[in-house]
Design a protein around this ligand. Structure first.
Ligand SMILES: Nc1ncnc2c1ncn2[C@@H]1O[C@H](COP(=O)(O)OP(=O)(O)OP(=O)(O)O)[C@@H](O)[C@H]1O
Length: 408
């Protein structure tokens, strides 16, 4: 496995630069007016610059309250919040908004404002010039994969749920805050869109290295996104705060095990990315190639199938010998369209396995950031990875029963 110890997955690396800020929660508490007891009690937590921390826990345990105290949408009744060492528990909330972006479920976009106006909200509030705001809105739309020409002047009701969430993330990042708070941001979209948005967030985070605090109900989402997961019990008491791997392999107690649920080894497929396994080269041809070119390629590589790439190098069709026109003729449309059935390098092995099993062909094309072909992963490689995880678990279980402990 790629990650070891507690090093943040997306945080500062040697030679790399984090654009995030450290967050310190010190004995943070919240008692709502009239409540019989605190909803959050004495939470202390250190979050590294550039780290993604996910808060999970049962409904009502205080996740959202904890999160909203970090940008003081909810005022703490006790304790302190520090951002890069600065005590922000009492600073002007407008200054705090520059440091802390916020994205929520159902995007929270203002329906009477266009996409551009929504994204421009915080930059306007903090007094950026019109020209700077205009450039920033375009940049943010690009960043979240929405064409500025198409989406700039649309109103939120004319966007899909996934597009709304993208705009919500663009808005949260518009003023370039070092900290991003996300409260179940993908909770209201369908599972496939949710998967895509998670992949996008991982890609963004690799580039931006913000400090992200993310709340979810979904433990699989936590595994996929987190450098560290805080499993919370009632009043936000921390049951365990550690890497996904450590929580999956060594849950602190029955409460945490209950959260991890069954199939911990397979859940770890969510921890390994396509870029971490053997991506192999597959013979390719171009859409421009003629039938004799393709036959030559097939003969030369000794395989039964080539991948047809478009002129930008993106996978277009799988072409087998049996698909070739007989009698010989033009190749247009021959073979099986790829139709988006590819995985990115940041996709998890679980996504890749799903793709391989769904298309039934035993392999899936891997693409780079611009959708360009980079190789293929096959079912054999994926099965090896599953096997390795299960073996790893068995070895650890053996060591634990020997009384040595897994770090021993
Ligand atoms: N404005 C409020 N006034 C009084 N009590 C509140 C208020 N907001 C939340 N609470 C209470 O505080 C506790 C924690 O709520 P919070 O929303 O932080 O939990 P959560 O873990 O985010 O829940 P969920 O997962 O269901 O969203 C709950 O018992 C809730 O009823």
């Amino acid at each position: 496995m790629r990650r070891t110890g507690t090093a943040p997955r997306s945080g500062p690396r040697p030679g790399g630069r984090s654009h995030g800020a450290r967050i310190g929660l010190e004995n943070l508490s919240k008692r709502y007016p009239g409540a019989s007891g605190p909803s959050v009690e004495d939470v202390s937590m250190e979050i590294g610059a550039g780290e993604t921390v996910v808060l999970v826990g049962p409904s009502g345990c205080g996740k959202s309250t904890t999160l909203k105290m970090i940008n003081r949408l909810i005022e703490p009744t006790g304790g302190r919040i520090r951002i890069d060492g600065e005590d922000v528990t009492a600073i002007d909330p407008v200054r705090l908004r520059r440091k802390v972006g916020y994205a929520i479920q159902s995007s929270g976009l203002f329906p009477h404002m266009t996409v551009a106006q929504n994204i421009a909200l915080v930059p306007r509030m903090i007094g950026w010039s019109a020209a700077r705001i205009r450039d920033r809105v375009e940049e943010m739309l690009d960043l979240v994969g929405l064409d500025p020409g198409e989406f700039h002047d649309r109103y939120p009701r004319r966007l899909s749920g996934g597009q709304q969430q993208r705009v919500g993330v663009a808005r949260a990042l518009a003023a370039d805050p070092p900290v991003l708070l996300m409260d179940e941001p993908f909770g209201a979209v369908d599972p496939i869109t949710r998967d895509h948005l998670q992949d996008e967030l991982i890609r963004l985070q690799r580039e931006l290295r913000k400090t992200i605090v993310f709340v979810t109900h979904d433990f699989d989402e936590a595994i996929k996104l987190a450098d560290r997961i805080a499993v919370l019990r009632e009043r936000s008491h921390i049951a365990q705060f550690d890497t996904p791997e450590a929580i999956l392999t060594h849950p602190a107690d029955d409460f945490v095990s209950g959260f991890v649920g069954a199939g911990a080894a397979l859940k770890r497929l969510n921890l390994t990315r396509v870029r971490d396994v053997r991506v192999v080269a597959h013979p390719t041809v171009s859409v421009d190639d003629t039938l004799p070119d393709v036959v030559r390629r097939l003969d030369a590589c000794g395989r039964d199938e080539v991948l047809v790439l478009d002129l930008s190098g993106r996978p277009r069709r799988w072409l087998r010998r049996a698909d070739l026109p007989d009698p010989p003729g033009p190749l247009d449309g021959a073979g099986t369209p790829v139709d988006g059935a590819t995985v990115g390098e940041d996709a998890t092995l679980r996504d890749a396995l799903e793709a391989v099993l769904t298309n039934g062909s035993g392999r899936v094309a891997v693409t780079g950031p611009q959708g360009e072909y980079t190789g293929v992963v096959d079912v054999g490689t994926l099965m090896d990875a599953v096997h390795e995880l299960l073996e790893d678990d068995r070895r650890r279980a053996g060591r634990d029963t020997d009384g040595q402990g897994w770090e021993g």
